[in-house]
Structures are given as structure tokens and as C-alpha cells.
Design a protein around this ligand. Structure first.
Ligand code: SAM
Length: 275
């Protein structure tokens, strides 16, 4: 069946370019263009918007983003085997797709955005995705260079991103995301939607920056959350000992018998501001 954009079906593209999925690169491709459109729509209107896509692979999500009217897509892909397939999409949408071969973890995204507001969309291996998310959340300058993040993760990571206090999934990621963004899980994608299917359900998470988050130094907040959640079952007076323990908690007016997972984002910021 021909696709709506007039380009060949992704299954044919993959066969023609010999893009057998590589486990080491976390390659689980979405071949259903209706589904990739559903993911891309989650980023809101793309009309006239510049999108940075990480890990386009054979280009299913890229095609959806372009079909939905993005002014330009800048795509970073690590696997050189995907470049000829992506070039076909670039030829179909002249001047609208720029592909950069490289490792997203070593990419200067702010520089890529060239001062334009961008939306970031990605379906990435979860370890790379989590590290990138943390990098995107920690710049000193806020609001950041991006308008929104629409990211696919394994569901458990999505739950950690949106978790707040008193939730088993709450941890460093929940505090960081809760501090600077409004984050929600949009919808799940079952393993069988991917080729090859991963072991777990995936979920699409959408994050938008809070204009004026609580004032806090990102490095200090990282230090507090890492220290507190490093021993999440212990009382704070014990887990926070390396950075000030009971004295620090007294200054923050927080009961030292509480555990990390009961502290709100505001309370974590309060402690960080006292370091
Ligand atoms: N976007 C495509 C889709 O939805 O079908 C492919 C998704 S696949 C889960 C992840 C893609 O990210 C692969 O194409 C893989 O080669 C690429 N990738 C993995 N690690 C990367 C990295 N560090 N930098 C850039 N791309 C990476």
C-alpha cells in the first residue's frame, strides 16, 4: 500500500536499504505511518515550526513530522546505513530535511537550533533518551531553547518522568522534570507496533517548559536528589548526611525522619538553595 506522502512503504525502504535492526543501537522501528503521525501530532501544531528529531532511523517519524507541515526538520542519526533512506525523504521535501550523522549525546543542540524556537521529537533507546532529557533540563538559561519535548520511552521511564511525591516511581527524574516542566504521558504504544518488537510497552511523554520555575541552582538540585534518592529507603537525616544531614534539614524546616520520596519538588529546591 502506498503511503499518503507518495513515498514508498517503510517496509520496502528497510528491505531495499538492508536496514536490519541493530540491537546495540536500540533499533525498534515504527513502520505504521498512522502511528508515527499520532506521535508527531502530540507535539502540537508543527506548521512553520523547526523540529529537531533525534534518531530518525528509516524515517517513519520524520515523514510524519514533514507531512504535518514542519518548516524544517534537523535530524541526528548515528547509524550511517540510514542516510540513503533519509536522503530519499530529503529529496521529496526539498530544503526541509537536514540530516546530521552523529551521536546525539555529543551534539550541541542549542547551536543546532540557531536561535530559532524548536520542538524536539524523538524515539530513542531509553538510556540515550534519559541522558538527553536530563541534559535538556539542566541549562543555566531558562526558558530553554526548546518549546517542547515529545519523547518516546519505555513506559517505566515515562512513569518516572511524570511521578511526583508519594509515588513509587518518584525519583531524581521526577524532581527535575517537575521543577522545570509540565510533563504528561500522552499514550502507550504496545511492543507489537515496533519492528522488531521490544520486550516492554512504550509511552509517549510530552514536556513543556514552565516559564518561571522556582529559583534553584540545577547543580545543587542534582546533588540533593542524587544524595537523597541514592538511599531512598533511609530517613533523610541518614541519606543526606554527606551534605549536611540534620542541621541542613533543620534550616530547611523539614522533618529529618521523612524519606526522599515524600518530599515535594518545592522542598527539594528549598534544601538545594541552602547548600
Ligand atoms: N525514529 C525511528 C522510528 O521511530 O522508527 C527509529 C527509532 S529507533 C528506536 C532509535 C534510532 O536512534 C535508531 O535509528 C538508532 O540508530 C538511533 N540512535 C541510537 N543511538 C543514537 C545516538 N546516540 N545518537 C543518534 N541516534 C541514535
Amino acid at each position: 500500500m502506498a503511503a499518503l506522502d507518495g513515498l514508498p512503504p517503510l517496509r520496502d525502504v528497510i528491505a531495499r536499504h538492508g536496514l536490519d535492526a541493530k540491537k546495540a543501537l536500540g533499533q525498534n522501528f515504527l513502520l505504521d505511518l498512522n502511528l508515527t503521525q499520532k506521535v508527531a501530532r502530540n507535539a502540537g501544531s508543527l506548521q512553520g515550526v523547526t523540529v529537531i528529531e533525534v534518531g530518525p532511523g528509516p524515517g517513519g517519524l520524520t515523514r510524519a513530522i514533514l507531512a504535518l507541515g514542519a518548516k524544517k526538520v534537523i535530524a541526528i542519526e548515528r547509524d550511517p546505513r540510514c542516510l540513503p533512506a533519509l536522503q530519499e525523504i530529503a529529496d521529496h521535501y526539498p530544503g526541509r530535511l537536514e540530516v546530521i550523522e552523529g551521536d546525539a549525546l555529543k551534539t550541541d543542540f542549542e547551536n543546532l537550533a540557531r536561535g530559532e524556537p524548536v520542538k524536539i521529537i524523538a524515539n530513542l533507546p531509553y538510556n540515550v533518551g534519559t541522558q538527553l532529557l536530563v541534559n535538556w533540563l539542566l541549562p543555566r538559561q531558562w526558558p530553554p531553547f526548546w518549546q517542547s519535548l515529545t519523547l518516546m520511552f519505555q513506559k517505566e521511564v515515562g512513569q518516572r518522568i511524570v511521578a511526583r511525591e508519594d509515588d513509587n516511581h518518584y525519583g531524581r527524574l521526577g524532581v527535575l522534570c517537575g521543577w522545570r516542566t509540565e510533563a504528561h504521558m500522552a499514550f502507550d504504544i504496545p511492543p507489537q507496533a515496533f519492528t522488531p518488537p521490544p520486550k516492554v510497552t512504550s509511552t509517549v511523554v510530552h514536556l513543556v517548559p514552565i516559564e518561571k520555575p522556582l529559583s534553584c541552582d540545577p547543580d545543587k538540585l542534582e546533588k540533593v536528589t542524587q544524595t537523597a534518592f541514592g538511599q531512598r529507603r533511609k530517613m533523610l537525616r541518614q541519606s543526606l548526611k554527606p551534605i549536611g544531614g540534620e542541621a541542613l534539614l533543620a534550616r530547611a524546616e523539614i522533618d529529618p525522619q521523612r524519606r526522599a520520596e515524600t518530599l515535594s519538588v518545592e522542598e527539594f529546591c528549598r534544601i538545594a538553595n541552602l547548600l
